[in-house]
Design a protein around this ligand. Structure first.
Ligand SMILES: [Zn+2]
Ligand SMILES: [Zn+2]
Length: 547
């Protein structure tokens, strides 16, 4: 690898010319013997004896200063950074790069002695694998090959154990940092499976764990192909599914267990009404851009299958949706073979299944149809979160036409208010209040507020276009309001005097994290040009309240 690339890898992880600091420490941790043995074993053919000593010292130093117990995996990640020292990168910089790299991608993985975040990432990986490679996913689940068998090393060593050649590993890590996407590690792992799919499928199930161990990247061409495949997988992630998964930050240790419980209930990736409506309605109805062919909003091809009972479909349905036939609803055999009629769409169309969210039987039907698609090895099949009811609400809100809509008979129009509120709250729960047992009461807010106070547009997901976002933040003397711009209503209120700190993302300074005394951390991304002004306002009001 050229020097230039080493410099840019280091530049991505460490401030230039940070002052040198001593890395000396006594080798006296309770499990020092393990660290010592691991240091001797790590890339043993490559590291010279003095480098092995330094590796042990830095691992010990890291455990002491970060107050974590040593865990295997740290050695695999640290060694490649340590070896940058051979390219005249000072040792304290090598160390800082390692520390920041871990903090960026696996912040609390080594903090928790049970590797708790992994249990969450397993569930996420299973869902993503099922969406992209249903055949492998089925093969694994039929044979009880659980993600812990194949993906622990992805995160614990950051693929250091899979990419032995240092130059290639540096290229991969640099690429990973540039994606700024925590799920990319999973896409890359799945892309690696895709590349070795033949080998995996030709093996006896018993020997699969060994096959997984052997799978690795040994040359530049393979790395390039696997990276390209990862990009394709990423591009084929529905943006709202990606958004939902990213809301469950598994590295937030106090929430990991509840997140795992929630996600384990997902049988597949869920997408939100806004995505399926925008993707299935004609371009000009949902997007103002002048270039439909290269439109970013409608980037994926979608087929919406409406699984509601026929009598409900008759009272309104969405343009371009496929209505599940009465026969398929009635006869299990027809349902099982239903996917066959879409064989020509396989592999290039995303299929979203929608129930009505009214009765349990039908939820069952959606699940059965989903299973049929998986049995026929269709990739890209998801279920619409909130079903017809939520889509219907979204369509009405944005004035998208519902065909044959008979308002008097339409179930969604006539469901009682009580359950409507519940549905709305549920949606909000998933996005803004996850992990919190405390509900913020939404106070009555005076109209005058929005007329006088500026709305700072914001988004919660990096891949979203901020100008298309529907939410904003309003700063008043005592509170920050999360505001629904389209509906002109409050989503959530934060008390400024409950703020403990606001931090910004190292690589993206307009991505702000708000920490509070009693409620979990929130993060919002503002317009870069408004960020300073916003922070100034909050700070001023905060100080005014303290004085
Ligand atoms: Zn467009
Ligand atoms: Zn209706």
């Amino acid at each position: 690898m050229e020097k230039y690339s080493i410099r840019s890898l280091v530049g991505r992880l460490c401030e230039p010319e940070i002052p040198e600091f001593p890395l000396e420490t006594e080798l006296n941790l309770p499990n020092q013997r393990v660290i010592n043995l691991d240091a001797l074993r790590t890339r043993s053919d490559l590291l010279k004896p003095n480098e092995k000593n330094i590796l042990e010292k830095l691992l010990t130093y890291y455990c002491k200063t970060e107050k974590v117990t040593y865990k295997q995996g740290m050695n695999e990640i640290l060694a490649p950074f340590l070896l940058l020292n051979r390219h005249n990168v000072p040792l304290h910089i090598c160390y800082t790069c390692f520390k920041n790299f871990v903090a960026k991608f696996i912040p609390t993985l080594f903090v928790d002695d049970a590797f708790k975040p992994l249990s969450g990432l397993y569930v996420i990986t299973k869902l993503i694998l099922k969406y992209h490679l249903p055949d492998l996913s089925t093969c694994f689940s039929n044979n009880e090959i659980t993600p812990d068998i194949y993906m622990t090393t992805w995160y614990v060593t950051m693929f250091s154990s899979k990419i032995k050649e240092l130059g290639l590993l540096y290229i991969f890590w640099q690429y990973l940092i540039d994606t700024n996407d925590n799920l990319f590690i999973i896409y890359f792992g799945i892309a690696l499976f895709e590349f070795f799919k033949q080998e995996i499928q030709n093996q006896e199930v018993m020997s699969l764990p060994n096959v997984f161990k052997k799978i690795c990247i040994v040359d530049y061409d393979t790395l390039q192909i696997v990276l390209q495949n990862s990009e394709r997988i990423k591009a084929n992630m529905p943006f709202t599914a990606d958004m939902i998964l990213k809301k469950y930050n598994m590295f937030c240790l106090e929430n990991t267990e509840s997140f795992v419980k929630l996600l384990e209930k997902f049988m597949c990736l869920l997408i939100l009404p806004r995505e399926i409506i925008i993707q299935t309605y004609p371009h000009d109805a949902v997007c103002k851009c002048l270039d439909p062919r290269n439109c970013k909003t409608k980037r994926l091809k979608y087929l919406l299958i409406d699984c509601r009972p026929t009598k409900e479909q008759k009272n309104g349905y969405f343009i371009n949706s496929q209505l599940l036939s009465k026969a398929a609803q009635k006869y299990p055999n027809k349902l099982l073979n239903y996917p066959k009629s879409f064989i020509s769409l396989k592999k290039n169309t995303h299929i979203a299944l929608m129930g009505s969210e009214e009765n349990k039987d039908e939820e069952n039907l959606v699940q059965k149809l989903f299973d049929s698609f998986i049995q026929h090895e269709f990739p890209y099949v998801s279920i619409v979160f909130g079903g017809y009811k939520s889509c219907h609400e979204f369509a009405l809100l944005h004035n998208f036409e519902i065909l044959s809509h008979k308002i008097k008979r339409c179930l969604a129009c006539n469901s009682c208010d009580d359950s409507e509120n519940k549905a709305k709250e549920l949606t909000l729960d998933s996005f803004f209040r996850i992990g919190s047992t405390q509900k913020t009461l939404t106070p009555v807010i005076k109209d005058s507020l929005i007329k006088t106070e500026k709305i700072y547009k914001c988004k919660i997901n990096e891949s979203q276009d901020i100008e298309e976002s529907d939410i904003g933040l309003i700063v008043t003397l005592k509170q920050i309001y999360l505001w629904d711009i389209r509906r002109n209503e409050v989503i959530e209120v934060f008390d400024i005097d409950q703020l403990t700190k606001i931090t910004s993302n190292k690589t993206c300074s307009e991505n702000l994290y708000f920490s509070f005394i009693k409620i979990p951390k929130r993060s919002f991304i503002l317009r870069p040009e408004e960020c300073k002004e916003f922070l100034f306002k909050v700070r001023t009001n905060f100080q005014a309240m303290r004085n």
